[in-house]
Ligand binder design. Structure first.
Ligand code: UDP
Length: 239
């Protein structure tokens, strides 16, 4: 059943790949669906911050394999995340009338505010959706790590990790049909069992600082509101 633990402030992490609907660029249908669900969460009185990946445009590691310098490829990829942020901002404001601020880790004053933590928190207090762009602003990091870091710094109670699967399993459910989903698991057990929730840097940040992570399926309509409402969906990783 649905159990409402009533999150007050959440950080939603969305993968870039889903934003692109499986190809390069932004899929308006996906962005529209996500925006509608975020609007529902805001209507429930929950403060929402968002980190979006950039895999639908570039990934630094992949550009490196094709001969580019890693750091430059990472910067290109971070710029890609900002396009995703602007797309989400557009849908939230235009279709739902929700005040939204994009805050970028790389300064680009015409399209986004700089990331200023206290200002981010002020926006959240005023029920504005804050979308963090450009990851951490640092090459060699990931948007999962940005999600963990921002969640910690702005005092979010949970990282809502939206995925294409509905949680953490004992094994890969695609290759192991008997794999079972965990409803709850500790950070330590995730490590001990060699399971993957996020990349190692992001995960250790969460573990060291007791940040909860809810892994849930984005593809099921309404799940963002369920996740933010504390419903027992997906897998909750906590200490
Ligand atoms: N990136 C980076 N530093 C960051 C965040 C992202 O260099 O703090 C780059 C990196 O190349 C990464 C890409 O941006 O591969 C896209 O981010 P990510 O892979 O996390 O996106 P997702 O897989 O969630 O779509």
């Amino acid at each position: 059943g649905d159990e409402y633990s009533g999150y007050r402030r959440v950080l939603l992490k969305l993968g870039g790949e889903m934003f692109g609907g499986g190809s390069v660029g932004v899929d308006p249908d996906v962005v529209g669906t996500v925006a509608r669900q975020i609007a529902d969460v805001v209507a429930d009185g929950v403060e929402v911050a968002v980190v979006i990946g950039g895999g639908n445009f570039f990934r630094g590691a992949e550009l490196q394999q094709r001969g580019m310098e890693r750091a430059r490829g990472d910067y290109m990829s971070m710029l890609g995340t900002v396009m995703n942020c602007l797309a989400l901002q557009d849908f939230l404001e235009r279709e739902h009338g929700i005040d939204t601020r994009v805050m970028s880790a790389i300064t680009m004053g015409q399209v986004a505010e700089p990331y200023i933590p206290r200002r981010a928190m002020r926006h959240l207090e005023k029920s504005r959706v804050v979308i963090f762009g450009a990851g951490t602003g640092m090459p060699y990091f990931s948007t999962d790590t940005a999600a963990a870091q921002r969640a910690l710094e702005i005092g979010a109670e949970v990282v809502l990790m939206a995925k294409g699967v509905d949680g953490v399993y004992t094994a890969d459910p695609k290759t192991t049909p008997s794999a079972e989903r965990f409803e709850c698991i500790t950070h330590r057990e995730v490590l001990e069992r060699g399971l993957k929730v996020a990349d190692a840097t992001a995960f250790s940040l969460c573990m060291d600082n007791h940040m909860r992570i809810l892994v849930f399926n984005l593809l099921e309509e309404g799940n963002i509101a369920r996740a933010a409402g504390g419903a027992r969906i997906g897998t909750l990783v906590s200490t």
